[in-house]
Design a protein around this ligand. Structure first.
Ligand code: DGL
Length: 262
């Protein structure tokens, strides 16, 4: 069982930012990554539909013998993980916007948060903010259109620059000193965002924390792969497989994207 793969899914390419951290920390693990780009973006969909899609993705990964599932999407994590945990026995890791470290590290006591509508409106985010960010003002903004541009291979484009300026500049007027990237697609934009914020704002994502959490749970469950060779990694996409391949090529690791009808 410990040699079975870790399954990771997202509404497309964003979960690769989580995959990267998991592979860095756990290089011997076999991994199956599912880019459900056909259903992207999840962000504006109703909760019931996000649950339905997450169930379908989970079933796919379980059919492929995954020993643990990482829901590498904030929108699916905030809306569907409770349901998944109630219905499946396999350990399920969720991602969460890094509000807690941002609130702790903020000196201005104003934190920016860029995420999808589905994440910003979720109960889980509301509870997390209440619990960990009391006394801190959170300036929220829906990153409308950012996921679409990334999924369509327009990560570095004038449209992207314009949207980022439109979303981030008003946050600077509120004097934020931390900016939480509450969508797993957004860490691909970190450098572009930094050009707008300058060095005075810390840009925070939760990739490393999720990788550490994955290791803790695998260890607890006796599921860590003890092999010494580098793990096999398989990447599936149900739309725009070339865009996934182009993104994988940026990692310089000879990774192959495979198209699936799913
Ligand atoms: N990567 C997903 C997230 O973290 C993108 C959401 C979407 O598909 O809108 O929320």
């Amino acid at each position: 069982m410990s040699q079975n793969p870790i399954g990771i899914f997202d509404s497309g390419l964003g979960g690769l930012t989580i995959y990267n951290e998991i592979h860095k920390l756990l290089p011997h693990e076999n991994i199956i990554y599912l880019a459900d780009s056909k259903n992207a973006p999840y962000g504006g969909k109703p909760k019931e539909q996000i649950i339905e899609i997450s169930v379908k993705n989970t079933e796919f990964l379980l059919k492929n013998h995954c020993k643990l599932i990482v829901v590498a999407c904030n929108t699916a994590s905030t809306n569907a993980v409770k349901y998944l945990r109630e219905h499946y026995e396999v350990p399920i890791i969720r991602v969460q916007p890094a509000i807690k470290p941002a609130a702790l590290n903020s000196k201005t006591k104003v934190v920016g948060m860029l995420a999808t509508k589905g994440t910003l409106e979720s109960e889980l985010l509301f509870e997390t903010a209440q619990r960990f960010a009391s006394g801190v003002k959170v300036v929220e903004r829906v990153g409308e259109g950012l996921v679409d541009l990334i999924e369509n291979g327009k990560m570095e484009s004038s449209e992207m620059t314009q949207l980022l300026k439109k979303y981030v500049e008003p946050m600077l007027d509120h004097n934020i000193d931390q900016l939480v990237l509450g969508c797993t697609h957004y860490p691909f934009l970190t450098e572009q965002i930094r050009e707008i914020t300058g060095e005075g704002v810390q840009i925070v994502d939760s990739g490393e924390a999720i990788a550490r959490q994955t290791r803790v749970i695998l260890d607890q469950e006796g599921l860590l792969n003890e092999d010494q060779k580098e793990g096999e990694r398989v990447f599936y996409s149900n739309k725009n497989v070339q865009v996934l391949q182009d993104m994988l090529d940026l990692f310089h690791d000879n990774l192959i994207a495979t198209a699936i009808d799913f």
